[in-house]
Design a protein around this ligand. Structure first.
Ligand code: GLA
Length: 421
């Protein structure tokens, strides 16, 4: 998605009655203790951020059942499934059209066996299948979408055995009221479909979905435009990883079990080989250090961990990174808190994520372009008063009880620590 609606938020989305809707939603969602509300069965479909893989950036309009099955096999063989990855999501361009009963059917060339058979095979491998549509007549890629057929499509997805729907917003009106109505329509249809289906809202954060997406039935909602495979894109129309990271600040309170801020998929491992993520080979990808930081930051942010790289051909260090059990445990922690920046100093940011059982994850991130030394007193700088044992994640080093975290970081690198009483 190009950023052509960039002015939507300021122009019209919050004018008049939209402002009222946004205010009402924000009041509901900021009631003290909202996060501690009783979780419903629907919420329980995403008690922790979804983990998986999506076809978009690498395969775009070439996605096929063969590719999906090969990716699933790769996920089993390379240890990703054991590490917690579950969803294989077919993004745009799977639809062939509607039949004479208005039921969606897949592209007959790339999905000749049909989606039901594919879902059965994916389930047989112990994984889950996701699919994609759009809250308008056409998807972003221009194929048939779900507007006006929400109930039928949700029922079809349920019958096929779909476990996750990503619902996009191309070709739809800009205002927040329409967005809420259209997303709720599909949310209700999914709830009534008879099958538990995780609902991923994708309107690119343009109408502050963190205020209303949960009320529309969403389990996750994109907070930004599409990520590109660049540390920093330096392009007004296309967002790099750092531009997206900055946009996650100030919305942590809206994430929690059952509903997650989604800063888009992981570029980790793409190395400029994606299509949309590189836009005509414009973005050449990141260094391993940058991908590692991207992965750690997304884990700290309690973001969905959805890979895009070709899992059939991952290099060893990428595989080790994306299956790092400590980072995944931080992401999947049952408290479901999104990390916030606690301290900024000399181009360094310290993110803190409270974890269950009085533990903490701390990420010291060198945003600057120079090597930086750091030394933080746990009490004075980071307000951790109780004595805590410190475990350093990358080198798996148990430090015992420390009063200070210190070290040296190369540009764009980060150190991750687990602290426990
Ligand atoms: C939009 C979404 C992307 C992807 C494409 C498919 O741009 O934000 O994640 O789904 O559409 O066309």
């Amino acid at each position: 998605m190009k950023q052509k609606f960039n002015s939507c938020f300021l122009d019209s989305c919050f004018a008049g009655k939209q402002t009222v809707l946004a205010l009402v939603m924000s009041l509901i969602f900021t009631i003290p203790g909202y996060g501690q509300q009783k979780l419903t069965a629907w919420d329980s479909l995403a008690l922790s951020p979804p983990m998986g893989w999506n076809s978009w950036n690498f395969f775009e309009n070439t996605v096929s059942e063969t590719i999906i099955l090969e990716i699933a096999d790769a996920m089993l063989a390379n240890g990703m499934k054991d590490a917690g990855y579950q969803y294989i999501i077919i993004d745009d361009f799977w639809v062939g059209g509607r039949d004479n009963q208005n039921r969606l059917f897949p592209d007959p060339v790339r999905f000749p066996s049909g989606i039901k058979k594919l879902a059965d095979e994916i389930h047989h491998k112990g994984l889950k299948l996701g699919i994609y549509s759009d809250a308008a007549e056409y998807t972003c890629g221009g194929v048939t979408a779900s507007l006006g057929f929400e109930e039928l499509d949700a029922k079809t997805f349920a019958e096929w055995g779909i476990d996750y729907l990503k619902y996009d917003y191309c070709h739809a009106p800009k205002d927040v009221t329409t967005a809420f109505v259209r997303y709720k329509k599909m949310g209700d249809a999914l709830r009534n479909s008879g099958r538990p289906i995780v609902y991923a809202i994708c309107e690119w954060g343009q109408r502050q979905p963190w205020l209303w997406a949960r009320a529309a039935g969403g389990h996750l909602w994109r907070t930004t435009w599409d990520s590109r495979d660049a540390w920093q894109s330096n392009d007004n129309d296309l967002t790099g990883i750092m531009e997206i990271y900055e946009q996650q600040k100030g919305i942590a309170q809206f994430a929690g079990p059952g509903g997650w801020n989604d800063p888009d998929m992981l570029m980790t491992g793409l190395y400029g080989k994606g299509r949309s993520s590189s836009v005509d080979h414009r973005f050449k990808g990141c260094s391993f250090t940058e991908y590692r930081t991207h992965f750690a930051l997304w884990a700290m942010l309690a973001a969905p961990l959805i890979l895009n790289a070709d899992l059939r051909n991952l290099d060893r260090e990428t595989l080790q990174l994306i299956t790092n059990r400590h980072i995944i445990a931080i992401n999947q922690d049952v408290l479901g808190k999104q990390a916030e920046v606690f301290l900024e100093r000399n181009g360094l940011e310290v993110l803190l994520k409270p974890l269950a059982n009085k533990r903490w994850a701390i990420c010291v991130f060198n945003k600057s372009n120079q090597q930086q030394k750091y030394s933080f007193d746990l009490k004075k700088d980071l307000d951790r008063y109780e004595p805590l044992r410190v475990f350093e994640v990358w080198n798996e080093k148990q430090h015992g009880r420390l009063s200070r975290l210190s070290g040296k970081l190369q540009p764009h690198d980060c150190a991750v620590f687990l602290l426990e009483p």
